[in-house]
Design a protein around this ligand. Structure first.
Ligand code: CA
Length: 226
């Protein structure tokens, strides 16, 4: 169930939107001024924000400016009919969409569905990682290189995923051990070397470039070398 933060100072309108959203099955929390809204935005784990621009205290644009770096979810701004500048500024500042008052609730619900769908597609895409001609699909547990599927054990997959997520960063054996095996194995770092060898054997055909490199005295790095 998606969680929506509604920041709107017109109480009647806020209440109306809240009821409609709850009726649609969303979880809603509302703030009637910018400062409260900002606090809630920073605290909560939201899927989407509906943000009015004309707010007492901190304006909607200011809320947007302050949260934009940390709030990665869609923001739909609610603007007055003639406030073209707010709309443009809002979109410039990273809002995903806007809706002009007065709007029909159906229109608002449609915008919300679109924004949430877009967000979940992006989240899907983030589960696809690649390095050169090697790619992994985390949700489907699938590894492909040059069009062929590479079968990995659970541990090998976890190891490759960790390298993929930290592509181009040099990782020490200790880091790898901690992340992929957990603390229980602390000290026995040669298990990392053994698994890196397994992984290389499965990943690289003789004609393919090596992707997983040894950094002498430090650890390993996954990167495509030109
Ligand atoms: Ca307002």
């Amino acid at each position: 169930m998606a969680r929506i933060l509604l920041i709107e100072d017109e109480e009647k309108l806020a209440r109306f939107i809240e009821l409609e959203l709850v009726h649609e099955g969303y979880q809603v929390e509302k703030a009637l001024d910018g400062r409260t809204g900002l606090e809630l935005a920073e605290q909560g784990n939201w899927d989407l924000m509906l943000l009015d621009i004309m707010l007492p205290g901190i304006s909607g644009l200011e809320v947007l400016r302050r949260i934009r770096k940390s709030f990665s979810r869609p923001v739909i701004i609610l603007t007055a009919r003639d406030a073209v500048m707010d709309k443009v500024t809002g979109l410039d500042m990273g809002a995903d969409d806007y809706i002009t008052k007065p709007f029909s609730i159906e229109e608002l619900l449609a915008r919300i569905r679109v924004a949430l769908r877009k967000q979940s597609r992006q989240a899907e895409d983030e589960k696809l990682l690649s390095c050169g001609d090697l790619s992994i699909d985390i949700s489907r547990h699938l590894v492909m290189r040059n069009g062929r599927e590479i079968a990995l054990t659970g541990r090998e997959f976890a190891l490759l995923q960790y390298f993929m997520e930290n592509k181009t960063l040099v990782l020490t054996r200790e880091q790898v051990l901690e992340k992929v095996w957990g603390y229980a194995y602390a000290g026995e770092t040669n298990v990392v070397d053994v698994y890196v060898r397994y992984l290389r054997n499965k990943m690289d055909d003789p004609f393919e470039k090596k992707l997983l490199h040894t950094v002498r005295g430090v650890g390993y790095v996954l990167r495509e070398e030109k």
